[in-house]
Design a protein around this ligand. Structure first.
Ligand code: NIG
Ligand code: FE
Length: 411
């Protein structure tokens, strides 16, 4: 049972040596093979190379890719796709002039989503969430991280994490789960933030561990949400239960979140719309991946993460969607890659590296997905006929992906 893709105009992101991620100047290098073949066996990439060397075996399936390109699927390392209902009312409020902060202060924002989610059954939440997962898979996402954080009670947080677990069991793509109980201070704990954190630590974390519901721990380290001290507390508690940090920092203000993330060996620090020189220096020569979320900046009309400055300083960068009902109601990685080029001045090579191999690293999946490498999963995107891969970010709003293969199977 082997599938041959032949006459591939260009095979993109080919990595013979195993690498964890790319940074600095290397981000502008995107290795490709023109006029290539690729063989899939048992759901994995078994072989690839130039058409001249194409094997002549009998294949159970042959796909002629003349004029088309193949890339590894997108790796979306930051989403909140398990949520209940939308917040289009707040979208209108913002059009009329209210800020995201003003809406949150009126009890909207994350608390609005939490109220909806608490009232939604686990079954219904699963049904809503699977539609979004299927949607992003069709758009080319082949690995995704999903966070809790719209429950804000122990039960509702566990409900979210159980929905993520069911998605993991029922869908063929790689899914990682993150516990984000400290996403906002619930109304009932408005003046009792420490009690809420203790509840998460003493009641939620042991249950998460028992049911094996998460790999990562997250917190919204931000003015008006959780402080650097709170972040420190939660990351240390998460560690006791085997959870690795991946945190929300520097979305609106620089308060030392990057430093606390690096200190606790966070796998990634995400958002980074506001970055001081000190933040950039702190990330140098660490294993912590900075993650930018350009669709969030687009939707909220806030600054974009200073990608140029970070990459030029030698840092790596990953790109993710942040798909959620409040700040980014879109899970389209193609749009993320376009926006990174258009608004953050990343080159197509940098943006594709950021959305594949670096995204894989930010989910601990760099050995399984994110590049065309022998033995990695055959999670592939076949483009429409295009002249160059630069057309993918160039034609923003038009999807250049013709079909998506997960473990070698067209979805
Ligand atoms: O990553 N910044 C914090 N959390 C989400 C958005 C939350 C919401 O508005 O629902 C984010 O942007
Ligand atoms: Fe987020």
């Amino acid at each position: 049972m082997a599938t041959l893709f032949k006459n591939i105009k260009e095979l993109i992101q080919v990595r013979k040596e195993s690498i964890s991620f790319v940074s600095g100047k290397d981000m502008n290098q995107l290795p490709t093979i023109k006029n290539a073949f690729l063989v899939v066996e048992n759901g994995l990439i078994a072989d690839y190379g130039a058409m001249n060397d194409c094997p002549k075996n009998d294949f159970s399936e042959v796909i002629d890719a003349t004029g088309k390109m193949i890339l590894p699927t997108w790796c979306d390392s930051h989403t909140h796709i398990v949520y209940a209902g939308n917040r289009e009312g707040e979208f209108i409020d913002r059009i009329k002039g209210l800020t995201y902060e003003e809406i949150a202060n009126r009890g909207g924002g994350i608390l609005n989503s939490a109220k909806k989610l608490q009232e939604t059954s686990e079954e219904n939440l699963y049904e809503q969430s699977k539609v979004r997962l299927e949607e992003v898979m069709q758009l080319g996402t082949g690995a995704v991280e999903i966070k809790s954080g719209y429950g804000l009670t122990v039960d509702a947080e566990l409900k979210m994490l159980r929905v993520i677990k069911r998605l993991k069991e029922n869908y063929p793509i790689e899914i990682k789960a993150t516990f984000l109980g400290a996403h906002a201070i619930p109304e009932a704990y408005k003046e009792l933030k420490n009690d809420y954190l203790q509840l998460l630590i003493n009641e939620a974390l042991p249950k998460i561990k028992n049911e094996n519901l998460a790999e990562y721990i997250d917190i919204f380290c931000e003015t008006g949400y959780f402080s650097v001290e709170d972040t420190q507390l939660m990351l240390e508690a998460g560690k006791q239960y085997g959870l690795i940090p991946k945190i929300h920092v520097n979305q609106f203000t620089t308060i030392g979140g990057v430093q606390v993330g690096v200190k606790h060996h966070a796998l990634s620090v995400d958002h980074l719309e506001e970055m001081s020189d000190e933040d950039i220096n702190t990330l140098k020569n660490t294993k912590t991946m900075p993650v930018a979320l350009p669709s969030c900046s687009y939707f909220l009309s806030i600054p974009y993460a200073p990608a140029r400055k970070m990459i030029d300083a030698g840092l790596p960068l990953a790109l993710a969607t942040d798909y959620n009902p409040g700040s980014t109601p879109s899970g389209n990685m193609n749009f993320v890659v376009s926006t990174a080029c258009i608004k953050m001045k990343m080159t197509p090579e940098e943006a594709i590296n950021a959305a594949t191999i670096n995204g894989a690293y930010a989910m601990g999946l760099e050995n399984k997905v994110g590049s065309i490498s022998k033995g990695k999963r055959a999670n592939l995107m076949l483009t429409k006929p295009i002249n160059s891969y630069g057309v993918i970010p160039y034609s923003f709003g038009t999807n250049q992906i013709e079909s998506v293969f997960i473990n070698g199977v067209k979805i």
